[in-house]
Write a protein that binds this ligand. Structure first.
Ligand code: HEC
Length: 203
């Protein structure tokens, strides 16, 4: 009798294990998978406009999720910011890296709108060095990344708010780099200019 009970229990558990596996195998769309269900062909759906994440990042997965809740708060603060935060080397380095990934393909390494995608036929974006964009407020660049602009898509789902400001800081550095007054350059850089330094002459 005892033996039969153990056997029954083992069989029941085995059945349970099988149905769990059936649950693993249910139809689903993995990250990045395409789906014909939606007009844009993407299986991943962007969150509805205005939705605010409760927690984010790897720390959202921890048991309390407390650390993960700090990130959306930081996003909210960054989203409401109207102008650049204090520019540090770390912010600029982050901006340069993110710009290289998300913007350079079209806007080009120096921001003149001549990136590799444009050279292959994509419409030419305006140069960041035209007067209108030099005069534009910091927030305009943040908003273009968030909402897109004309035929340029929004990058809100790939570039979180803090990174948008890092990119804006880098764009400001690019704008400066193309029209920097010689007098404002550090002596070491000035020395490398053709005829500008003590050594003189182009190299
Ligand atoms: C796939 C190509 C592409 C990528 C990638 C891209 N852009 Fe653009 N961007 C464009 C085009 C094209 C325009 C011009 C759109 C129009 O006027 O219809 C534009 C316009 C702009 C403008 C000018 C808006 C104005 O006031 O005229 C800014 C600023 C800008 N992009 C910033 C960015 C930033 C920052 C990134 C990276 C996060 C980025 N773009 C990524 C193609 C791109």
């Amino acid at each position: 009798m005892k033996c039969a009970c153990v056997l029954l229990a083992v069989l029941a558990l085995a059945g349970c294990e099988r149905s769990m596996h059936d649950m693993y195998r249910q139809p689903r769309l993995d990250q990045g998978e395409a789906s014909p269900l939606f007009p844009d062909g993407r299986g991943e759906r962007p969150p509805p406009a205005g939705s605010v994440p409760v927690a984010a990042g790897t720390l959202a997965m921890t048991s309390s999720g407390r650390k993960g809740r700090e990130l959306p708060l930081a996003w909210q603060v960054a989203s409401e910011r109207q102008a650049l935060p204090a520019v540090t080397d770390t912010l600029l380095a982050r901006g340069q890296e993110r710009y290289g990934i998300y913007c350079l393909p079209c806007h080009g390494a120096v921001g003149d709108g001549d990136g590799p995608v444009v050279r292959r036929g994509f419409p030419h974006p305006p140069s960041y060095h035209e007067q209108r964009l030099r005069d534009a407020p910091d927030r305009h660049f943040h908003d273009v990344i968030t909402n897109g602009y004309g035929i340029m898509h929004s990058y809100a789902d790939r570039v979180p708010p803090q990174d948008r400001w890092a990119i804006v800081a880098y764009i400001r550095a690019l704008q400066f780099s193309q029209q920097a007054p010689v007098a404002q350059l550090p002596p070491a850089v000035r020395a490398k200019l053709p005829g500008g330094g003590p050594a003189g002459g182009p190299r």
